[in-house]
Design a protein. Structure first.
Length: 244
């Protein structure tokens, strides 16, 4: 597939409750966000990319790497701000420099994901274009953390099924669980029209994904989303091993 008018928005706010400053944390010798910048630069389908951030150091890293910087307003960099709101702000700023084509795939990338498998971004863009869907997101198998094995635990220590009446869905062996997947944070590709429409649907935080939502699969350990110190240590070891 030839290069398309896809635009990547790296979302990299300064704050974080779980791990303050995680987007600038040094992982395998580089700031966390720098790994996502590298993933963008290795894509063969992206035509344009920038960073939406309120962090001056991250903005400098992005510009030095040849990406655009779209300053993020304080109200869109809080713990409660929605991803789609920040993406819309970034696109409006991008339009001031050069209009983003209405049908261009919009690729959302989280700066706190330093580990992605090669080609993941392009796989998601390709599925988005070939299927004509509203959005594509990367998904990983849940493994032993399956929804059927989720339970409720009350203050008295009583255990009850999360759903239904049979504990653990009546399944004893992990191999007998039906396939289940969870979004892993590796990549999201959306239609701009869905992003714009979601501005008027504040009751649904996932409205920007549209009606026809599809997924590309990743394998265990291929994507690492940094939420805490353990994730950071895992990503550091994986990336150091890959660079040997």
């Amino acid at each position: 597939m030839e290069q398309v008018d896809a635009i990547a928005i790296i979302l990299a706010r300064a704050g974080s409750k779980g791990l303050p400053g995680k987007n600038r944390a040094i992982i395998a010798g580089k700031p966390c966000v720098s790994w996502t910048i590298e993933h963008v630069r290795t894509s063969t389908l992206l035509r344009r990319a920038g960073v939406s951030t309120d962090d001056e150091e991250i903005a400098i890293l992005a510009v030095e790497a040849g990406l655009e910087h779209w300053p993020r307003a304080a109200e869109l960099a809080s713990d409660t701000a929605r991803v789609d709101s920040a993406a819309r702000e970034a696109l409006r700023q991008a339009d001031r420099h050069r209009i983003v084509p209405p049908m261009a795939p919009v690729v959302l990338l989280y700066a706190n994901v330093p580990v992605r498998p090669p080609g993941l971004i392009d796989r998601a863009i390709s599925l988005f274009i070939e299927s004509g869907c509203d959005s594509v997101q990367s998904y990983a198998a849940v493994g032993k953390h399956h929804p059927w094995w989720t339970a409720r635990l009350d203050e008295q220590g009583r255990v009850a099924p999360w759903q239904g009446t049979q504990l653990f869905g009546g399944v004893y062996r992990r191999q007998d669980l039906p396939p289940a997947f969870v979004p892993d944070g590796g990549v999201v590709v959306v239609k701009r029209s869905c992003l714009d429409a979601a501005e008027h649907d504040q009751a649904n935080p996932h409205a920007f994904l549209g009606a026809d939502h599809r997924g590309v699969r990743t394998e265990a350990g291929e994507v690492v989303d940094i939420d805490g110190p353990t994730d950071l240590a895992v990503a550091d070891q994986l990336l150091r091993r890959q660079s040997r």
